[in-house]
Design a protein around this ligand. Structure first.
Ligand SMILES: *Cc1c(COP(=O)(O)O)cnc(C)c1O
Length: 474
């Protein structure tokens, strides 16, 4: 930077230059991280609403009463789609992780208020890491529950066996992120109500699409407040609500439970701190944009977009097996995940990325018994490009078959198996070996293969140190 600052034009040019290597989220070529409608007017509206509220803080709804009004309207729409009655309450948060964190904290404090100690959460092996992270922050133990290897849903018998007097929450996903498969929420609900345990449904990725897929005739089992035992639900606006990033909703069965979420502090000389969520001062931009998008689309708009996704999904489910790929689980939502025993799908992801397509490599884990896979999160915009995508995928598949395998096993062996003490790992030489000393944006196949080969604890140790290096400043 310069001490006198740059001109507006210069700065905008710099930003364009900085983003030259970024993929374009509006290209329709990304199959994760983006939920694009392809509706130009909707995008403009979201941006305008965001800008209108950018400088207003959600911290104080007495200064900005419209913030309270918009939040209540958003929650009201959301809970109706998820069969919430008038008892159900909720809040707007800045993302799925925050919604999950709040649900975990609220369940913990409720459990402790009833005299509970040493809280534990029963978590399907396919559930999102945000639960481990929340439990880690909040001093809660995670008890992992294996999944059924055929259905990729949580194994109900295994779940039953792991319940203890310390279980403060059971989690089910609707659907899980890796495979787009919905856990049997009704069966989990029977167990939860039998033992009087909090049941959280993580509908972060499903909450705003499953109700519409069901209306279109898809096989969507009961997963929301329709199931009586469900205590709380997390659902992300910034996924299939198609709203700008920084928007999610957490819902509770009733307002007595939600009391354990709210934090108030009047024990200082300043303003009384009144927080429904984790963050305090934050822009109301995402809230206003979300409110605008919900009202712009309406139920009909969401249904129309869901239909586009459904048609795209059907094409993929027909074509992928023809190209030699195996679909994993029954894709009940808007996610299609595939694997292959003879095609290196990590090379495939790299090859496609060079062509501008982003398909998400999921390393799986040899140690945990999950194969490598490719995850596709479908957006309405894919409807327009899916034929072109499948053509490119066909071409890529042929090319990949002729490519040599990256030497992942050998490198994994050099790093040592489970026997190596983690502290003996020389992180900077590994970064050199993998060619990531200057940042990670090139070929990922070798890294993905290593992640598949190495024990998860070792991957976590290594990545922590790599990230610590990457975010080092002059
Ligand atoms: C995306 C997602 C989350 C986490 O949400 P963030 O918005 O990324 O914090 C949690 N659970 C599931 C199933 C998800 O798909």
């Amino acid at each position: 930077m310069s001490s006198e600052g740059y001109s507006k034009d210069h700065i905008l040019n710099l930003l364009r230059e900085y983003s030259e290597e970024d993929l374009d989220p509006h290209s329709g070529k990304l199959f994760s991280h983006i939920y694009a409608t392809g509706l130009r007017e909707l995008e403009e509206l979201a941006r305008e609403a965001y800008n209108m509220y950018m400088d207003k803080t959600m911290l104080n709804f007495t200064v900005y009463p419209s913030i309270l009004k918009m939040e209540n309207e958003i929650v009201s729409i959301t809970k109706k789609w998820l069969h919430g009655d008038k008892e159900v309450v909720g809040n707007f948060t800045y993302g799925g992780t925050e919604s999950i964190f709040l649900a975990v904290k609220t369940a913990r404090d409720y459990y402790i208020s009833k005299g509970g100690e040493k809280p534990e959460i029963l978590l399907p092996a396919t559930a999102h890491p945000a639960f481990y992270k929340s439990a880690h922050y909040l001093g809660i133990k995670i008890v992992q529950v294996p999944i059924n290897r055929d259905t990729l849903k949580v194994d109900i018998e295994e779940l039953k066996e792991r319940i203890s007097e310390n279980t403060c929450m059971i989690v089910g996903s609707a659907p899980n992120y890796p495979y787009g498969v919905i856990d049997d929420i009704e069966d989990i609900g029977d167990i939860a109500s039998d033992k009087n345990i909090w049941l959280h449904v993580d509908a972060c990725i499903g909450g705003y699409i499953l109700p519409f897929l069901r209306r279109l005739g898809e096989n969507v089992p009961r997963f929301d407040f329709e199931v009586e035992a469900v205590t709380s639900i997390s659902t992300d606006l910034h996924k299939y609500g198609y709203t700008p990033k920084g928007a999610s909703v957490i819902l509770y069965r009733n307002r007595v439970l939600r009391l354990y979420q709210i934090y108030i502090n009047a024990s200082w000389p300043g303003y009384p701190l009144v927080n429904t969520t984790v963050l305090s001062t934050r822009s109301a931009g995402p809230l206003a944009a979300a409110w605008a998008v919900l009202n712009y689309l309406g139920e009909d708009g969401y249904l129309k977009l869901a239909r586009k996704i459904l048609e795209t999904k059907k094409k993929l489910l027909k074509k992928l097996p023809e190209l030699g790929y195996m679909i994993m689980g029954e894709p009940q939502s808007s996610i299609v995940t595939f694997t292959s025993e003879d095609i290196n799908i990590f090379l495939l992801a790299d090859y496609m990325k060079k062509r501008g397509w982003y398909i998400q490599a999921q390393p799986g884990s040899r140690h945990l018994g999950f194969p490598p896979s490719i995850h596709l999160t479908l957006s309405p915009v894919h409807h327009r490009v899916i034929d072109e995508f499948l053509e490119e995928l066909k071409d890529a598949t042929e090319k990949i078959r002729e490519m040599p395998e990256p030497p992942a096993r050998q490198i994994a062996e050099i790093l040592g198996g489970e026997s190596t003490g983690l502290e003996k790992i020389d992180v900077s030489s590994i970064m050199d070996m993998l060619g990531i000393s200057e940042g990670i944006s090139g070929d990922m196949a070798l890294i993905n293969m290593l992640m598949h080969e190495m024990p998860p604890k070792m991957v976590e140790y290594l990545f922590k140190h790599v990230v610590n290096e990457l975010f080092t400043q002059d």
